[in-house]
Design a protein around this ligand. Structure first.
Ligand SMILES: [Zn+2]
Length: 230
């Protein structure tokens, strides 16, 4: 079983890249957030356990997350491997994953970091504005309103939610980058870390990620070279 870990700060484009890579190399993306939701929805024993913590507003303990993950890795579609998105988030989780995989004679074969400078992340994350009347979303860079500060659709004033203000984002980012740094250090130490430049176009980042995982023995599926039939 080949396990690829996709790493990147919020706003680095990891969520866009994970499905592109999955299509390219033909193994599924496993996002821990989805695993929690599915286990809770299906009412599995682990789901019920996870739910107790979520209901109490606490983080789900790492051992529950790892057990959910191992369950998922046991399904047939994961026979050739998986791309992990959203886990591990800390050095402790990275070590827990290593030992769980080692029990199955497996290991993380590539940890790909989509690298974007912190200030660029803040710029990407903090450009969101919404309108007072209906919450129509805008973005300073990617989808600005026709006239500054006014909703195109209803003419109401645009404002920034507290969560979207640069100072809030910067504080949250510092915390998240600290935890990401631990995970990056962990995989650098075990020799499987590959960094790609996340400032490039989506297609160029996707291609660099594919090259990085190919170096770890995960080649693109032959069928991907052909354009999809329409
Ligand atoms: Zn509006």
């Amino acid at each position: 079983m080949r396990v690829v870990v996709l790493l990147g700060a919020p706003g680095a484009g990891k969520g866009t890249q994970a499905p592109l890579l999955a299509t390219r190399i033909g193994i599924p993306v496993v996002a821990t957030g989805d695993l929690f939701r599915a286990a809770v929805r299906d009412g599995t024993p682990l789901g019920l356990e996870a739910r107790r913590y979520m209901d109490a507003g606490q983080l789900v303990p790492d051992d529950i997350t790892v057990r959910l993950l191992l369950d998922r890795l046991g399904r047939p579609d994961a026979d050739d491997g998986v791309i992990l998105d959203g886990f591990p988030r800390t050095g402790v989780q990275a070590r827990a994953l290593d030992s769980a995989l080692a029990d199955r004679d497996s290991s993380v074969c590539a940890a790909v970091l989509v690298e974007v400078p912190a200030e660029e992340l803040v710029r990407r994350m903090s450009g969101r504005w919404v309108c007072r009347a209906a919450g129509h979303p805008y973005h300073e860079v990617s989808s600005p309103p026709r006239s500054p500060g006014v909703c195109d659709l209803d003419g109401s004033e645009l404002y920034q939610r507290a969560d979207d203000r640069p100072e809030t984002i910067r504080a949250r980012m510092a915390q998240q980058l600290g935890a990401l740094g631990e995970v990056v250090d962990h995989y650098r130490a075990s020799g499987v870390l590959r960094a790609v430049d996340g400032l490039q176009s989506i297609a160029a980042v996707a291609s660099d990620i594919a090259t990085a995982v190919a170096a770890a023995g995960l080649a693109p599926r032959a069928s991907v070279a052909k354009p999809a039939a329409s």
